[in-house]
Ligand binder design. Structure first.
Ligand code: BJW
Length: 253
């Protein structure tokens, strides 16, 4: 039996499916990944300067300006057929949980109802010193130059995006829920991640150890490919709709 059909068969019997997604999931929406040669963000930008607490402390305006610019890029794009396919999967499987490393909010926008954002969300803000939630209604800029951040009305510390930087803990409770779902699912779809960043990269191993069928969707092999049951090579925007369409067709037989 071909691989796609084996996955469809497993989805057909599954009670709980977890989709664990990374930057490659949003690539076809026009959002850059991090580590891909030439086009990845970390090829052009320094993660130490832009995605650590130290980087923000050294230059809040540099970091705020960069995230403001990225928010603008995200605002110009939209979820694609792959995001919508995961939302549609909810009509075919009793429970679907999306665990995403992405901060763009596209899974919810596409209609997925249970989304665990383990690296936060670029549209949410908190203050640097005390994590007070802050509402920000600031226009985005179309360049990535320095921009002074707003300040927390409660404690006066600079405001930052509510995303997870290197060396920071993942949001309380969210990662525990992601681990529990990974340990309980029947099928895990691992989509568009290099599998290089911990602790998110461990979730497919949790699923596998608990007996789930782990399926990877990626345009090229990743750090995780060796551990998965089935590797479906290709873009998320094509493979996920194909899987869901085949499952729907199987059900209507
Ligand atoms: C397609 C496609 C298409 C393309 N279709 N696919 C254990 C060992 C060693 C180090 C550590 C460890 N535990 C923790 C660490 C440190 C660190 C870490 O993992 N470092 C590594 C370098 C080893 N982890 C952390 O610091 C984490 N915190 C933590 O563990 O806290 C506890 C702790 C505290 C203190 C000390 C020690 C532990 C936090 C990690 C936070 C990551 N933050 C970022 C930035 C978020 C905000 C922002 O966007 O600016 O999150 S970095 C960046 O990487 C972003 C992503 O979510 C994350 C993962 O990247 P992802 O999604 O995998 O993207 P890529 O680019 O790597 O891959 C894209 C893939 O898509 C590729 O495979 C393509 O082929 C594929 N693709 N087109 C399908 N169309």
């Amino acid at each position: 039996m071909e691989d796609l059909e084996r996955v469809v068969e497993a989805l057909d019997e599954a009670q709980l499916v977890v989709a664990a997604t990374g930057a490659g999931m949003s690539k076809e929406s026009g959002i850059a990944t991090f580590r891909e040669a030439q086009e990845g963000l970390w090829e052009r930008y320094n993660p130490e300067e832009l995605a650590t607490r130290q980087g923000f402390q050294d230059s809040p305006a540099r970091v705020w300006g960069w995230y403001n610019y990225r928010r603008g890029l995200i605002a110009q794009t939209a979820p694609h057929a792959g995001h919508r396919a995961l939302a549609e999967l909810e009509e075919l499987v009793p429970q679907v949980i999306v665990v995403t490393q992405n901060i763009d909010g596209f899974h919810r926008e596409a209609g997925s109802s249970t989304v665990l954002e383990v690296h936060g969300n670029i549209h949410r803000f908190k203050c640097f010193e005390q994590d007070h939630p802050v509402e920000v209604d600031e226009p985005v800029s179309d360049t990535d130059g320095d921009l002074e951040p707003p300040y927390c009305p409660q404690c006066g510390s600079p405001v930052r995006p509510d995303v997870v930087w290197f060396g920071e803990m993942l949001p309380a409770g969210v990662f525990q829920q992601a681990e529990a779902a990974s340990g309980a699912c029947d099928v895990m779809l691992v989509v568009g991640t290099s599998g290089m960043i911990q602790p998110a990269a461990n979730l497919p191993l949790v699923a596998s150890a608990a007996g789930a069928m782990v399926v990877e969707v990626n345009v090229e092999p990743s750090q995780l490919t060796h551990y998965v049951d089935i590797f479906l090579q290709g873009p998320a925007g094509e493979i996920l709709p194909a899987l869901v369409a085949r499952l729907a067709a199987r059900r209507s037989r």
